[in-house]
Design a protein around this ligand. Structure first.
Ligand code: FES
Ligand code: MG
Length: 575
């Protein structure tokens, strides 16, 4: 059943005709039993699968892919599944972020090099969503995202517990002597009790919400739990829809406009989303050729109330969010703040998609006058400590620390921090500012999620719950605290952060968007002259390529040579 399409299908460059080459392309494909009519000009749909048993959040993706295939077949397409590098957050060292760009290269080249006309991107764990979108955006075929869905709520001794967020909380309780080791260990099995990704509003749920807010998924995609039958149904409908998108030539670049990114930034404020969305959206925009900057994050996110009451900003979890109506219900509540005329993968506008949305639980999706934070956007800070910018998430911070001047206590590396933070002789109190260096894109390498460094044990025991922390690192989307992240330029390239010494004074003023190291210019110049970069942790291999080419956080930490869309022209023949 050939589909109507505005231009010849690229898969026909492989599968059409009667040449030696088309024989080769078809014959090998037939070794699994495909009939002749599989190659009659129907759209070939790639199913880009990030399944891996090392990525537990995506370990259920084989079953989900079967649902996508059914949908593609029902709509008259030929589904062909392919694996790509799976960026699993919980296991990959030194950090999954180091491999986001590598995975995106895999995705881009696999899409362009193979006979496909459209692609379904199967994303779940944190970095899998941006790596798929970055790679696909550099090709610009019709593309649609299906997320794997969050785990069911964690359940522990009568209470709900959330991925990540409660790990940070429990481990602080253990260190402060408020929780026993036995109880801590018992929480481990209770936290992750079904397939799916983190069910807090961490980076995975945030990026699934970003994909939905950008208009790249069918409505409701972000919130359905992985094990809910709705998830399987959505996968099937996604498979059907991509075939239609190929017929309409509804390419990624038609959906991923600047207006769509501004919507997503506003939605990130509304959901209290992860700070990681900042680097990821900047990188995706860079691939598709949309001009998006850190300043857009600050400006577009201002005055957006955080109304989604989920951990780490609030108290509920993704399962509750699903039953409350999910992203469409949030969009409906804030429809005056969004551009509802943007096109989406459904073929309709964002406004069309949310017409029938409803908020079924005003404790989970709060009315505006009960917002968690009135100004929930990401604050972009500047000053001599972050000439190219740093960020802070107000909804996760302590209001009394948003304007603070304190004495710096400096950790030169993550190892230095771990070795000294609990030393009883460390001169530190709750008014100090903890500074961590060399954890940025080049420094770690990969910009690890260590920016929310745990407080010194002796302060935790005294009941201190938050302090100002500053670094060039990221933090987990499930984390919280008055944490200044993504300082650019980073310490490892000689940013001012590299020059901070214990005893210096630092001023943070979130309202004024200011981050200042109170040290005289000439003294900073002396320190800069004496500074030398840290030794690279590895020579050769991907890590060297990464360190040589990675851009700073304010540019999304993409590799310089990967920025931009290289299109999907059919490459020259292989034989
Ligand atoms: Fe995979 Fe949190 S570890 S989503
Ligand atoms: Mg994470």
């Amino acid at each position: 059943m050939a589909q109507k399409s505005p231009r010849p299908l690229r898969s026909q460059a492989w599968f059409g005709g009667d040449s030696k080459d088309s024989f080769i392309h078809r014959s090998w494909m037939k070794n699994g039993g495909l009939p002749d009519d599989a190659f009659d000009g129907r759209p070939v749909i790639g199913i880009c699968n990030t399944f891996s048993e090392f990525t537990p959040c995506n370990a259920h993706f084989r079953g989900l892919a079967e649902q996508v295939k059914l949908g593609v077949l029902e709509a008259g397409g030929l589904p062909l599944e392919f694996p790509v590098f799976s960026c699993g957050e919980s296991n990959l060292r030194p950090t999954a972020m180091l491999f986001r760009n590598l995975a995106s290269m895999d995705v881009e080249e696999a899409i362009r090099g193979n006979p496909m006309d459209g692609v379904v991107l199967m994303a779940g764990c944190d970095k899998t969503t941006p790596s798929l979108l970055m790679g696909a955006a550099s090709c610009d075929l019709p593309s649609i995202v299906i997320s794997g869905g969050p785990m069911l709520n964690g359940k522990f001794r009568g209470a709900d517990i959330g991925s990540g967020t409660d790990v940070w909380r429990f481990s602080e309780d253990v260190r402060a002597g408020r929780m026993s080791r036995e109880r801590f260990m018992a929480a481990e099995s209770a936290m992750s009790r079904s397939p799916g990704h983190c069910m807090t509003m961490g980076t995975a749920s945030t990026m699934a919400s970003m994909a939905e807010s950008l208009g790249l998924t069918l409505p409701g995609n972000a919130a359905y739990p992985a094990v809910d039958a709705h998830r399987a149904r959505l996968a099937r409908l996604t498979g059907r829809r991509i075939v239609g998108m190929v017929g309409e030539d509804l390419r990624l670049s038609k959906v991923l406009t600047r207006r769509a990114f501004l919507n997503a930034i506003r939605m990130n404020g509304a959901i209290g989303g992860s700070t990681n969305a900042v680097v990821h959206l900047l990188a995706i925009a860079g691939r598709v050729g949309v001009d998006l900057t850190l300043d857009d994050w600050d400006a577009a996110g201002r005055n957006v109330p955080t109304i989604v009451n989920l951990m780490p900003s609030g108290r509920y979890l993704m399962e509750d969010f699903c039953y409350a109506g999910g992203i469409p219900a949030v969009m409906k509540e804030l429809s005056d703040l969004l551009d509802l005329d943007v096109p989406t993968v459904t073929g309709g506008t964002l406004g069309d998609n949310i017409r029938s949305a409803e908020n079924f639980d005003p404790d989970v999706i709060l009315p505006r006058d009960r917002a968690l934070v009135r100004d929930g956007g990401i604050a972009v800070l500047r000053g001599n400590l972050a000439a190219a910018g740093a960020i802070l998430k107000p909804s996760a911070a302590s209001p009394e620390l948003m304007r603070h001047r304190g004495r710096a206590v400096v950790f030169e590396s993550i190892e230095h921090y771990k070795a000294t933070v609990d030393d009883p002789s460390l001169e530190i109190d709750e008014t100090c500012v903890m500074v961590l260096k060399n954890c940025g894109p080049k420094g770690y390498p990969g910009m690890a999620e260590v920016g929310n460094m745990a407080l010194p044990k002796k302060l935790l025991e005294r009941g201190v719950r938050d302090m100002v922390r500053i670094s060039d690192a990221r933090m987990s989307g499930t984390a919280y605290g008055t944490v200044v992240l993504h300082c650019a330029p980073e310490a490892a390239v000689g940013g001012t952060l590299a020059l901070v010494r214990t005893g210096d004074f630092i001023e943070l003023d979130v309202e004024a968007r200011r981050l200042h190291l109170d040290v005289a210019e000439d003294e900073l110049a002396r320190r800069a002259a004496a500074w030398s970069p840290p030794e690279p942790s590895m020579r050769g291999g991907y890590q060297s390529l990464y360190v040589e080419h990675v851009l700073q956080a304010d540019r999304g930490a993409d590799l310089d040579f990967l920025v931009g869309c290289r299109g999907h022209d059919v490459p020259r023949e292989s034989h």
